[in-house]
Design a protein around this ligand. Structure first.
Ligand SMILES: [Zn+2]
Length: 326
């Protein structure tokens, strides 16, 4: 039977293997998922359960790459409703603004300084792109450093806000017309229906020596958390199920599964040398510690010592790779 608001995924969205098995299933309308959805969406706006009758919350694990993914996902019409109506942009703008503290902006600043130092060029010679930019605040920081800063975003409300702040917003269709030094994806790939295809598409706009960052929730530990089943465990806590948040975090990656997806897309892991990470520390009192913490965070993840916080990986074009038709 055709569904009006859902699509069913028949293979792994990361590596396309059909060798997958169900590890969790529950109706969206029954506990504990119904209670989770209510507690998650009501503070941000609303939820209309009538749209969720035709599907279940089903988690599949890929035996090929280890990605855990939601089998039944909202189609574009329900996604639009979810991100623009259930999550009320006016309400979340206020909620998001409350998170705009010094540590958030100093993190952005450190990350962007690190990127500029890595490329060892004048900021004005660099093109940075934030894919899924939200309200455009990362773009704004990159712009403040003098970089050419671009963003893309599905949410119309967020696009309009970013444009009002002077951010250059490009559309999905325009992406391959550009050639970027750095593509930022921060908490984006876990939301994407077709992550492999999206990564391949983004790669078309990556310079030969450019970098693409994929930063997503850490899914290494999710099966233990599912066994405990505490859906009300707060985001960031030890037992939090946020990495498989129903309807939204439709892909739950491990470091190896992202690396495999990148490999299929013609990308390989890149490392940020410590010299790029520490280059500004000596000139800026008090910032040394911030840069060290950031380096620890990034290196911790790259070397497999995964923190509770998330998975942060950098990729570059494979050397001597030939472009394969999609
Ligand atoms: Zn897979």
């Amino acid at each position: 039977m055709n569904k009006r608001y859902f699509e069913v995924r028949r293979d792994c969205p990361t590596c396309k293997s059909t060798d997958t098995r169900e590890i969790y299933s529950c109706s969206f309308l029954k506990p504990p998922i119904r209670e989770f959805l209510k507690s998650f969406y009501l503070p941000q706006g609303k939820i209309e359960f009538e749209y969720l009758k035709e599907a279940d919350f089903v988690l599949e694990e890929c035996n090929g790459c280890g990605t855990i993914f939601q089998k039944e996902i909202p189609n574009s019409s329900l996604m639009n409703k979810l991100y623009e109506e259930w999550i009320d942009p006016r309400k979340v703008f206020g909620l998001d603004s409350r998170k705009d503290n010094l540590s958030k902006f100093s993190y952005y600043a450190q990350e962007i300084m690190m990127i500029i130092a890595f490329f060892n060029k004048m900021p004005s010679q660099l093109k940075l792109f934030d894919f899924g930019m939200g309200w455009g605040k990362w773009c704004y920081m990159a712009k403040a450093f003098g970089c050419n800063s671009y963003g893309a975003e599905l949410s119309k409300t967020r696009v309009e806000y970013a444009q009002s702040q002077g951010i250059r917003v490009i559309t999905w269709d325009e992406i391959p017309d550009y050639s970027f030094d750095f593509i930022n994806t921060e908490q984006v790939f876990e939301h994407i229906p077709e992550p492999l295809e999206t990564l391949r598409y983004l790669k078309k706009s990556l310079k030969q020596d450019g970098l693409i960052k994929i930063s997503v929730p850490n899914g290494e530990d999710i099966k233990r958390r599912l066994k405990i089943g505490n859906w009300m465990s707060p985001k960031g806590s030890k037992n939090s199920l946020n990495p498989v948040s129903p309807l939204e975090h439709i892909n739950c990656f491990k470091q190896d599964s992202i690396t495999k997806m990148a490999d299929i897309a013609g990308l390989e892991l890149a490392k940020m040398p410590m010299t790029s990470q520490l280059v500004y520390a000596k000139d800026w009192k008090g910032m040394k510690q911030v840069i060290k913490s950031l380096a620890k965070f990034i290196y911790g993840n790259i070397h497999g010592n995964l923190s509770q916080k998330g998975t942060y990986l950098l990729f570059r074009q494979k050397k001597n790779s030939t472009l394969l038709p999609i």
